[in-house]
Design a protein around this ligand. Structure first.
Ligand code: BTN
Length: 308
């Protein structure tokens, strides 16, 4: 959102302000203030104009309003509907942009891991963060873990006990609430750009997401304020992606996988055993009973404990 509009909202968030006072404060004309107010109303902000001046009555639940009150240095690009926020973010990367988050209410061509499609009906939180971290490509998995931690924290703050299945599914009661798709380009010694796409089934019915073992925030606790949740998620991700040391301890705290029997399909082989720990940048340590194996990537299945 444009800087002047954010400053107008900041001023109105404190108390009602008369048009001429706003114009003075922002060093713009009264006509410009009026135009900005109209634009903001068009975005869904309810702004009353009375004897006391303009008054901010309500903030939209989603949309470009995500930029208002967001405590992270990210430009927000919002779409009511788009094919894929990851595809759009990759396009922005090719155009030289960075520190942008592309957010959509609905995706018509959402993509999941392993070339799967990702159902993305209106009401979800579908977003992709574009950053240029300037670290070796081998470190990329830690950004995916950071996204899983950020999503889990934001969801827990909304009152739902989410946990993480290695490497990056966010679960509630064993059912999938959110998934993460990370894409990147660069040389071995340095990532050029990295796009972290997060799909969170927020205010949608699980039936709208035709896959097995899927849940949504609506199903778990009722609809959420997606603007606040998205802001918290982005703030956490912004903090963690610059503080790698904080990622693994938080991931361990939220992990559903550690201590469980797992089967991981990785590079054409299967590793089975007890998941004992995670190591930087994101490998899972599995005690196979015949020694410990670390798998860097793969599809992980939680197995029932032997004897059940
Ligand atoms: C998975 O398979 O678990 C990962 C799903 C990732 C979906 C998100 S939704 C926002 C972003 N845009 C996409 O097309 N995919 C990711």
């Amino acid at each position: 959102m444009q800087e002047t509009r954010i400053r107008i909202l900041d001023a109105l968030a404190e108390r009602p302000v008369a048009g001429p006072d706003l114009a003075d404060r922002l060093s713009v004309s009264r006509a410009a203030v009026w135009k900005h107010i109209e634009e903001l109303r068009g975005m869904g902000f309810e702004i009353a104009g009375g004897d006391n001046g303009y008054e901010l009555c309500s903030i939209p639940e989603f949309g470009p309003a995500i930029a208002f009150g967001l405590d992270a240095p990210l430009d927000v690009e919002y779409h009511d509907s788009i094919d894929s926020t990851n595809r759009r973010a990759r396009g922005l990367a090719a155009a030289g942009r960075e520190r942008v988050v592309v957010v959509a209410d609905e995706q018509t061509g959402g993509r999941g891991r392993l070339d799967r499609t990702w159902a993305s009906p209106g009401g979800g939180i579908w977003l992709s963060v574009l950053v240029r971290p300037g670290v070796p490509a081998a470190h990329a998995p830690v950004y995916t873990l950071a996204a899983a931690v950020a999503t889990t924290r934001a969801v827990r703050e909304a009152g739902v006990e989410a946990s993480i299945k290695w490497p990056n599914d966010v679960l509630v009661g064993g059912q999938k609430l959110a998934g993460i798709l990370t894409e990147m380009e660069g040389e071995a010694d340095r990532i050029g750009w990295l796009v972290v796409g997060i799909g969170l089934n927020a205010n949608v019915d699980p039936g709208e997401v035709p896959a097995e073992g899927v849940t949504s925030l609506r199903a778990e606790r009722g609809d959420v304020d997606r603007r606040v949740l998205t802001q918290r998620l982005l703030e956490e991700f912004d903090h963690l992606h610059r503080n790698h040391g904080a990622v693994l301890p938080a991931w361990r705290e939220y992990a559903d996988t550690l201590g469980r029997r797992v089967r991981v399909e990785t590079g054409g082989r299967t590793v089975e055993g007890e998941a004992v720990d995670i190591e930087f940048p994101g490998g899972l340590e599995i005690d196979t009973g015949n020694g410990t194996v670390t798998v860097a990537a793969g599809d992980c299945e939680h197995l029932r404990p032997t004897g059940e």
